[in-house]
Design a protein around this ligand. Structure first.
Ligand SMILES: *Cc1c(COP(=O)(O)O)cnc(C)c1O
Length: 346
């Protein structure tokens, strides 16, 4: 799926994902100057500061700096569930579909997916029907895992409140894959605590729209994070002078979260402009955050189109619908350039 670039130092205009963002000059400076220690001993002041700050800022007891969102989700699942337990999630959930089956492979935890509705939510009647009775025949249902944003869509706050009542009623815990939860914050224009207060645990990707080069956070109560910290070491995720990375992560959270709205406005603009390209069609009014999907006419040879654009220094993902993502390294002028190149290539 991911083809490597012939010259990675070349500065491509890249619409494939928000994972491609490059660290800012301020981040590189903070990384170079970060105070560090051995984080496995708990001695890295910059990691400790980030974890403490993040816990307090989000209204949680504790936080854990992890190497990736995949690892943070896996640690969350492994800290909530034991061997032979299961978690409920969406058929489209990243931590079911796109993480290599890690919960099953490494945690002996069974996923129980249900179909996502078009708005990304999971219907409570389907979830209730999937909960197993307390019986030796069945895995023990322990957890509901939601994702926000999911495929660029924001889960309504009222749905999150309902999810909380649902898990309380059924004795489950509630986890949020919040890789892009700050995009939900920007779209809803609420404080982050208005979203995460419903959850027992959640993750944040620092390395997507927030622009850090590496790293994610997992948040929960002290006992939960203690368990997750142990599993992180077991999985080989205990990093040593990780303050170099945490220094960039702190800037990502404290400075870049505030500019995500710009990416959303750009995504809406990109959707409108794509509708002026013959063979492309989108629904700008469906664009809620920084991810959009465009239908591409079958008559268009995507392989050829993508290679023509690549020669012009522009990267797109193949697919129908085609997924396009805006981020801090894409400006409005860049979008105009993409549209002009698309028109000329077609
Ligand atoms: C990207 C992503 C992850 C995983 O993050 P990585 O840092 O790429 O491992 C998890 N969940 C969602 C929803 C994501 O988009």
């Amino acid at each position: 799926m991911t083809e490597s670039l012939s010259n990675p130092s070349e500065q491509y205009l890249d619409f494939r994902s928000d994972t491609v963002t490059r660290p800012s000059a301020a981040m590189r400076q903070a990384m170079a100057n970060a105070a560090v220690g051995d984080d496995v001993y708990g001695d890295d002041p910059t990691v400790n500061e980030l974890e403490l700050w993040a816990a307090e800022r989000h209204g949680f007891e504790a936080a854990l700096f992890c190497s990736s969102g995949t690892q943070a989700n896996l640690l969350g699942l492994m800290a909530h569930c034991e061997r032979g337990d299961e978690y409920l999630c969406g058929q489209q959930a990243h931590n079911y579909k796109f993480e290599g089956g890690g919960a099953a492979v490494l945690g002996s935890i069974q996923p129980q997916p249900v179909e996502n509705l078009p708005d990304g939510t999971l219907p409570f009647d389907k979830l209730a029907a999937a909960i197993k009775p307390d019986d030796n025949h069945f895995a023990r249902t322990r957890l509901l895992s939601l994702e926000n944003t999911i495929n660029g869509k924001v889960l309504p706050l009222s749905y999150l409140a309902e999810a909380r009542s649902f898990v309380d009623q059924h004795g489950l815990s509630l986890h949020l894959d919040g890789a892009r939860v700050y995009n939900a914050v920007a779209a809803l224009d609420v404080d982050i605590t208005e979203i995460v207060k419903y959850f027992d645990s959640f993750t944040i990707c620092l390395s997507k729209g927030l622009g850090a080069p590496v790293g994610s956070l997992l948040l929960g109560n002290k006992e939960f994070i203690k368990k997750a910290r142990r599993w992180r070491k077991v999985l080989g995720g205990g990093m040593r002078q990780a303050g170099i990375l945490a220094a960039a992560g702190k800037i990502a959270l404290q400075e870049n979260a505030a500019r995500l709205k710009e990416d959303h406005d750009n995504a809406r603009y990109l959707a409108e402009q794509l509708n002026t390209v013959k063979g492309f069609s989108t629904k700008p009014e469906w664009v809620q955050t920084n991810i959009l999907f465009a239908k591409v006419d079958d008559g268009i040879n995507q392989t050829q189109l993508l290679s023509t654009l690549k020669e012009k220094g522009i990267l797109l993902s193949k697919g129908n619908p085609m997924r396009l993502v805006t981020h801090l390294d894409v400006s409005r002028d860049d979008i105009d350039r993409l549209i002009a190149e698309l028109k000329s290539a077609l």
